[in-house]
Design a protein around this ligand. Sequence first.
Ligand code: ATP
Length: 458
Amino acid sequence: MLQKIRENWDKILQLMRDEYDISPVGYETWLRPLQVESVDEDNHIVNIVIMDSKIETIGLNFIKKKYSFVLQISIEEVTGFKCTVHFYSKGQADTIKEPELPEVKDSSLMTIMQNANLNPKYTFDTFVVGSNNKMAHAAALAVAESPAEIYNPLFIYGGVGLGKTHLMHSIANFILKNDPSKKIMYVTSEKFTNELIDSIRNKNFTTAAQFREKYRNNDVLLVDDIQFIIGKESTQEEIFHTFNTLHEAKKQIIISSDRPPKEFETLEDRLVSRFEWGLTVDIQSPDYETRMAILRKKEEMDGYNIDNEVIKYIANNIKSNIRELEGALTKVIALSKLDNKEINLDLAEEALKDFISPNQDTEITPDTIINVVADHYKCTPADLISSKRNKEIVIPRQIVMYLCRSMTDCPLQMIGKYLGGKDHTTIINGIKKITKQLDTDENMKTTIDVLKKKINPT
Ligand SMILES: Nc1ncnc2c1ncn2[C@@H]1O[C@H](COP(=O)(O)OP(=O)(O)OP(=O)(O)O)[C@@H](O)[C@H]1O
């Protein structure tokens, strides 16, 4: 592999320059002096030396923070070798070793993690990387390695139970492990809203100040499930100011959501644009190999060695939600303990009979579509069925029409019936409108993709 990377080195650097808009001066100053020193194939590490003594002292940290991630991706793209890069100055190259981490007593680190609302089990070590989350994982690791320096904010989005929270906690745990003095706070946007309401209700200056201090005085703030702030004006206002304070002070912000920022139609533009300032990455549903790897990881962590047939059975039948995937394995193990029986396919089928129906492909109905679209746009199914003409309802309603046409066999008249008795010309017009918009409007394309995945995650 060392030879392959060396042979392709110019190509790798040029790819970095072109893909990531590195200026000519940046290319000459930072990238040209890099040379591959060695490759540790077992641990997927590429050691790179900076051959220019003028830049090595100031350049080492900068290059590490700014270019590790893109270099890793470029090496992988050109050679197919997935790796982590380690940079060294020329003098260090002979004695390559990992920097030592500060000694931390486990119990005190635990307390710090608890105070930050972090789950110590959610780490990069326990996170299985697959094609569905590769980019999100790489970005998360880059942020963990250089908080507030590369991607700020980091915005992670994806469907339910796909690992967004796990990845966020991994970043925070990684940062704390390296430097326990960092101030980190994890919060769901729901909890943030509730605490904000409490602080306002008390009409007490101290409480309001404490609330601000709690969220603004951090090195890293992680806000999970940000979609819950839709329609909550005071929360949006508070998030806006918290964001500005932290960003201006060069503190890291990490946000998760069930949709990309562009999809927040009813959220203030100033917030949406801020969410897009850094990097937005998504997590998709896991493929079969990743589902198998996640199940294997979990059984290993729980200390079991389960028959391959059983693992395959679960991975084949539970596809869209990793939380459910893990829940299925837990159920199988629990039944075997309860009945004192060996874990085999029969026991797995018995344990999961309510979980996995013999014909798992449940039919998509207009009702399902109406419910998902209503939930997505934070309105009610009744709004969509009504004859309300305001834009906030008309567009989602037309989207329902379009999705019913493209995802079900339902005739136009029947779709009209599901939508409160609309005639079939209204339905045709709605479908045409969305179809036209899909030709020109990228946002609409993303919305439709996200909704389709929510309706049929498999
Ligand atoms: N890639 C992965 N490797 C190992 N475990 C994973 C992975 N992705 C998710 N999990 C596990 O699946 C469960 C659900 O993940 P998590 O809570 O992070 O999902 P989420 O996307 O935040 O869901 P929600 O949308 O409900 O907030 C957790 O137990 C997590 O550890």
